[in-house]
Design a protein around this ligand. Structure first.
Ligand SMILES: O=P(O)(O)OC[C@H]1O[C@H](O[C@H]2O[C@H](CO)[C@@H](O)[C@H](O)[C@H]2O)[C@H](O)[C@@H](O)[C@@H]1O
Ligand SMILES: O=c1ccn([C@@H]2O[C@H](COP(=O)(O)OP(=O)(O)O)[C@@H](O)[C@H]2O)c(=O)[nH]1
Length: 750
């Protein structure tokens, strides 16, 4: 198998949990080694972080990758128990460094700001290379060569996008269409109204850009590499990669929310994007809700089968799961000890002596709810005059995506509100809001986090929000309060240690500010402990290691499943079918008996995607099968009861809805398969003296939905199936059913 060196022998499938545990332990061990190594390096580390220039940060990124373990070890374990480093190609729109041209052939590299970059800087356990855009247009060859060389030192590989592509792909399709839509802010009005001329050209640029990323990946790919694609910019990438080389291990992770399918279906390119992502082996999201939304979009928009493991598409299972991201908490905790950070802390304490410090750190993005935050602060000052000269709000608003008109509008709006409030509540010597239109370097940021009494995060939607994690990591001595939007992914992990708010409810946020500023120390301490524990145990390293390990497992499992599906002896099957007098055919529904998704689009002016429909041409055949007294049919589906009721009302068969959770005969009532309530009467109706059983998993694709089948088999009584039948068929192609039925002189019209 051309997998990673970390892969375990595939001949031991039942040891998956064991192997995962072992890998986890080895990872931990590895970390201990790395930490020990780093203790000796701490001086060097301190030097790297001591300079305020962004470049030192990027050097640290390179140094993380220099801690390489020696190569050339075959197999899974080494004598010293360390795992060899997995080669990883991280592909994201933005490189961790942005390039600024200094001359014809010289470049300065600056750290890029944003949660994705912050999180991925912690990929210490991998031999990682980063492929992405350096944030700059480089039309000339000399410039491209020089930049490629400079980036190579940081293990970064550039994708050169020309100005028009950046405009249409990044500013247009990514940040003006997908970004607002995925954050529930709708589509920009012009795009909704126009017949999408600009939309179409932006979408074309998006596909073109994704293909350019794919080309660079192929150029640098080595057998066994894991390719990890990131974010909404690169939803086409998994497909582009697999089209050229189906053996590449591809994972895709979304850093933003994935919205409800009701929102996603607004996108004119809704199908293309979903189908392309499904080409990946593993698809990850920050939260379970986002993963669930994705699966239901695939079910409803593509008509595919959603299973507890993921989505099945033409026999291929794309695994879908939640992998909540974290931060490199040690890096923040260690930084607080550095003299220059201590100096910053001292300065800040003197500067704001006698006032409580409230802090907001956001890219200046409409999803961050900055106007809402400031308005809530205004309401708090209005209602609590005694606090007016005792509290200050420091708002760091990092400029971002400044070429997109929506972002320009937001900037003026925020400036206007801040000016008004400062004019209203400011004095000759102090203003209530300090608003900075710039980013801070790492040390200044750590110092700010450390002196903050209340962090205020009011995202209208946010994939995760790492600022909340970073604040917690720096609060070991202060134990300040976190006010956190319930619409940030982080609310699912830090919710119990934060004051959760709905940022749209200005009065509620204002009341929470008051509660936070007045909170007794013991309560603050309790909340902080909860959060601190989470932030220091769910790190970015753990996140990345879990994702990659799961990706490796997914691929091993797919290979095992391929091997386990027996070859169907069609001739024998047909003979047995003809000889048998009491048959059970178990048929899938979605993507098996339904109309192809492509024909379910718009019919009669109405979108018909939300409900799967039985294929017109299969109806007659199915009816004949159902009316054959020697044949019992069970329809197995992930769909809910109402969908099955609608489709199979007139047939004489059994229905298993919601992955086998509910069962009914078409003439009877629904019953639950929960063991305590399970009514097994139906088994008797198909169990006769000599039950010849053919289990026919009729799927258009190669493998049945095994989890669903398992549930049903267990309900049906496995013993009967296996001991009496003597023949269990894993039917794979509708073609086979047509042959069987043909011989029985049924007409099969498909
Ligand atoms: O690259 P930019 O266009 O300048 O934007 C910066 C990044 O913004 C988004 O970050 C997200 O990722 C974080 C880490 O997972 C998450 O905590 C946050 O909620 C997200 O908004 C975007 O998804 C990245 O691709 C951008 O690089
Ligand atoms: O002046 C700043 C402000 C923010 N950040 C970093 O930007 C990231 C913001 O990530 P988050 O997940 O909160 O939101 P995103 O910007 O990715 O949407 C965090 O790691 C911050 O440390 C930074 O480096 N400098």
């Amino acid at each position: 198998m051309s997998g990673s060196k970390c892969n375990v022998d595939p001949a031991t499938p039942k040891s998956r949990t064991e192997r995962l545990m072992k890998e986890r332990n080895l990872r931990k061990l590895n970390r201990v080694f790395n930490l020990n190594e780093k203790a000796g390096d701490s001086l060097r580390d301190a030097d790297l972080f001591s300079n305020d220039s962004a470049l030192t940060e990027t050097e640290n990124f390179a140094s993380l990758n220099e801690e390489e373990l020696s190569e050339g070890i075959d197999g899974y374990e080494r004598q010293d128990q360390r795992l060899p480093k997995q080669r990883l190609l991280v592909v994201a729109n933005r490189l961790p460094v942005s390039a600024v041209r200094q001359g014809k052939d010289s470049w300065q590299l600056e750290i890029s700001v944003g949660g994705l970059v912050s999180a991925l800087l912690g990929l210490k356990e991998f031999d990682a290379r980063w492929i992405g855009w350096a944030g700059v247009n480089v039309p000339d060859e000399i410039g491209q060569e020089a930049l490629t060389k400079a980036l190579a030192e940081k293990k970064c590989i550039p994708v050169f996008l020309d100005e028009d592509t950046v405009h249409q792909y990044y500013n247009g399709y990514c940040n003006n269409i997908i970004w607002p839509l995925f954050h529930y802010l709708g589509l920009p009005q012009e795009d909704r109204l126009s017949t999408t001329r600009s939309f179409q050209s932006q979408f074309d640029a998006y596909k073109k850009a994704n293909q350019m990323f794919a080309d660079v990946v192929h150029e640098h790919y080595e057998d066994g590499d894991v390719v990890w694609c990131h974010d909404y910019h690169l939803m086409f990438l998994p497909r582009c990669l697999k089209e050229k080389n189906s053996n590449i291990k591809v994972g895709w992770f979304l850093h933003t929310p994935f919205p409800s399918s009701e929102i996603h279906r607004m996108l004119p390119s809704r199908r293309d994007l979903l189908e392309s992502v499904l080409a990946a082996d593993l698809v990850g999201f920050h939260t379970y809700d986002y993963a669930r939304h994705f699966v239901s979009a695939c079910t409803r928009i593509l008509g595919l089968e959603g299973t507890p493991e993921g989505v099945e598409n033409q026999g291929k299972l794309t695994r879908v799961a939640a992998f909540p991201i974290g931060i490199d908490s040690d890096r923040f905790i260690r930084a607080l000890e550095l003299p220059q950070v201590q100096d910053h802390i001292k300065e800040l304490k003197e500067r704001f002596a006698g006032r409580k410090v409230m802090l907001g750190v956001d890219r200046l993005d409409m999803i961050k709810g900055i106007p809402q935050k400031i308005l809530a602060f205004e309401e708090f000052l209005e209602e609590n005059p005694e606090w007016r000269d005792k509290v200050v709000l420091l708002q760091i608003a990092v400029p971002t995506r400044t070429d997109v008109p929506e972002y320009q509008k937001l900037s003026s709006q925020v400036h206007e509100i801040v000016g008004r409030i400062n004019g209203r509540f400011g004095t000759l010597t102090a203003v209530p809001i300090h608003h900075l239109d710039r980013s801070l370097d790492f040390h200044a940021l750590c110092a700010l986090y450390a002196v903050t009494d209340v962090a205020l995060i009011t995202s209208l939607r946010d994939g995760m929000n790492l600022v909340s994690y970073e604040f917690v990591a720096c609060q070991a001595s202060k134990k300040g309060v976190l006010i956190l939007s319930e619409f940030a992914g982080a609310a699912q992990s830090l919710g119990a240690g934060a004051l959760l708010v709905n940022p749209w409810n200005i009065a509620e946020v204002a009341a929470s500010i008051s509660q936070a500023l007045n909170m007794p120390a013991d309560e603050r301490e309790k909340m902080h402990q909860h959060n601190f524990m989470h932030v220091t145990t769910h790190t970015s390293q753990e996140w990345a290691a879990t994702f990659v390990s799961e990706l490796n497992d997914t691929i091993i499992e797919a290979q095992l499943r391929t091997r386990q599906v027996p070859f169907l002896p069609v001739k024998v099957a047909v003979e047995r079918y003809l000889q048998s007098n009491n048959r059970l055919l178990m048929l899938g529904f979605n993507a098996t008996l339904t109309e192809p998704a492509s024909t379910q689009g718009v019919r009669g002016g109405h979108i018909r995607e939300l409900q799967s429909r039985l294929h017109l041409e299969i109806k007659e055949t199915l009816k004949k099968l159902c009316d054959d007294r020697r044949t019992n049919i069970v329809i197995l589906s992930g769909s809910d009861r109402a969908v099955l009721d609608d489709n199979f009302r007139e047939y004489n068969l059994w229905l298993a809805a919601e992955n086998g959770m509910f069962l009914r005969h078409s003439t009877g009532e629904w019953m639950t398969t929960m063991p305590e309530n399970l009514n097994m009467d139906w088994v008797d109706s198909v169990k006769k003296e000599h039950l010849d059983l053919i289990l026919s998993f009729v799927k258009l694709h190669l493998y049945g939905n095994t989890s669903m089948q398992r549930v049903i088999l267990e309900s049906f009584n496995q013993r009967i199936c296996y001991s009496i039948s003597g023949l269990v068929l894993f039917q794979t192609q509708l073609l086979m059913l047509s042959k069987v039925i043909d011989l029985l002189r049924f007409d099969l019209l498909v």
